[in-house]
Design a protein around this ligand. Sequence first.
Ligand code: IPM
Ligand code: MG
Length: 354
Amino acid sequence: MHANIVTLPGDYIGPEIVAQAVKVLEKVAEKYGHTFSFEECALGGASIDACGVPLTDETLAKCNAADAVLMGSVGGPKWDGVEASRRPEKGLLALRKGMQVFANLRPCTIHPQLAGACPLRPDIIAQPIDIMILRELTGDIYFGKRWRSEDRTAATDEMAYSEMEVERLARIGFEMAMKRRKKLCSVDKANVLECSRLWRETVAKLAKEYPEVEVTYMYVDNAAMQLILRPSQFDVMITGNLFGDILSDESAAIAGSLGMMPSASLGAGTRGLYEPIHGSAPDIAGRDIANPLGTILSGALLLRHSLGLEKEAAAIEAAVTQVLDEGYRTGDIWSEGCTRVGCTQMGDLVAARI
Ligand code: IPM
Ligand code: MG
């Protein structure tokens, strides 16, 4: 097949990790007889430097015309002085909103080879862990009204959700649960927040359409604790934008490193935005030591969800597993007895095993 993919390397380690994922996707294309054309655009700080804004209309239009978009990471100290409305992160949020990718899939599993990198007790991770955090991505406090008093001593961020926004996200969660272990945990703060009460009511209504799915409701504070006390209890977790942001970083500790974590953001069709869940890591940028596996695995999700290439997606995941089996590690997941490799070398190793 032929597919058009827009790449948005972004800032700091972004270009280093995206280059590795592109290399692996090109290898997949060659092996399986596909042609992928890549067009690179600027996002975040890179776009501020080139065009004065973190996301141009032209880039958004290109993303909305592509089959899929692969992103690296945005932001960093270089743009700390930029006014809030034009920060690099604003570009990413505008991109998510502009592509209408409201459902953010953040899978969390432990590669057994990395069990040593997980800070949890061995008996806690002895049970299989396979969690799909499904985070709402285009609503919530991320997109509500913001206000700052003239004297700068008070501020407001508004949290808002509509039934429609909750329902379309929850539906994807139920559909996913049906294909997995038929368990869905809805995370909210319904004992305090009106948005969460709406969230819970909407999920409960939809649950009637999925009698086979076992639904539980959990307050986010308890969910944060349960995730590390007994992570094996979770199958699909659905959450709002802010809670999902926090819980998915927490889940990365279970997986061993933020650098391992891929994500897929989907809307109504198959077009999607794929990005690792980590940030731009300014402290290690330019040294070729970042872990590209989260981005490479995001490339696998791209093949699976946007291009329908399941076999090829699985080939990337198997190649990553093989490289870990062979003992290769970037610094963030390195342990005694393993071979330490850099970002480019890790990309080469994975590509060679496709
Ligand atoms: C993430 C990131 C972003 C978010 C930032 C960079 C705006 O933390 O993708 O998890 O908060 O969504
Ligand atoms: Mg985050």
